[in-house]
Design a binder for this molecule. Sequence first.
Ligand code: ASP
Length: 312
Amino acid sequence: MSLSDYKGGSLLGEDLVNSVPEIKQYANVNVEQVVNVGSQDISPAHWTKLANRINAIFAHEPKVAGVVVTHGTATLEETAYFLNLTVKHDRPVVLVGAQRPATAISADGPLNLVNAIRTAGSPAARGMGTLVVMNDEINCARDVTKSNTYRVETFRSGELGFLGYVDPDQVSFYRTPTKRHTVRSEFDIDASGTFPQVEIVYSYVQPDVAMIRMLHEKGVKGIVFAGSGAGIISQVEKDAVKEILSSPPESRPIIVRSNRTGNGRVIARKDFDVLEMIPADNLSPQKARILLMLALTKTTDPADIKRMFAEY
Ligand code: ASP
């Protein structure tokens, strides 16, 4: 009955679907077990396997209306954004999780799963990109983030809000994501599951910049700052970025400025432009990292990467 102690991954996808007979009222569901790990242990290789499998299903099975991915909530938004940029079809992919364990009182997983399946089967969800359905609300992959450790209303899209409701009578959309995704995405992935290394550096009062130097020495291809305020960094961090800029071009990572506030855009500004730092618009640091990883599979041209951060 515990609401906090449980072992993730104990139930297989087949068990989850079989435990909710109401699903049969809405859809014929084929279950595939692609990965079975706690979401804190998801890797880009798992993302790749999932994206390639979903692309294959959509390419070869015209009768499939949509795909639902059950996922731990810790990193669900990261997998969702990766799929948003790498699934190349307009049929919906819906990620769903649960805040309460399946064995807990008032478990939320069964209703979330039914609602995710209803959304994946809804013609209205076509062309919306990857979606996250939890707590009767439909969020777009780009904007949604886990905002609370234990509350069932944890998945929020910040000030921009969610896209729609899943109510007992129907699935209702009120907004459309405008940024590029799925069929309008330029990113292709191969089967290798490996990507240029991009790490995140969190900004705070008086940081030790040894971490920045270490990442540079290690040869990472990208660094995303989770900057404070409007996506800014301190003078010591700027000095560390200057050191990187003075190194040979082939060893210089692309550096992106996002922000740690959770809302609002990071915009170009002279003192950071001279350091060749690319603004991440309103992407969270963890989503800016995913976009940079994919961008670096295409180009190392800062101007082109800047364009991508404006478009995705
Ligand atoms: N089950 C969670 C997840 O996969 C992680 C946890 O809280 O143990 O995201």
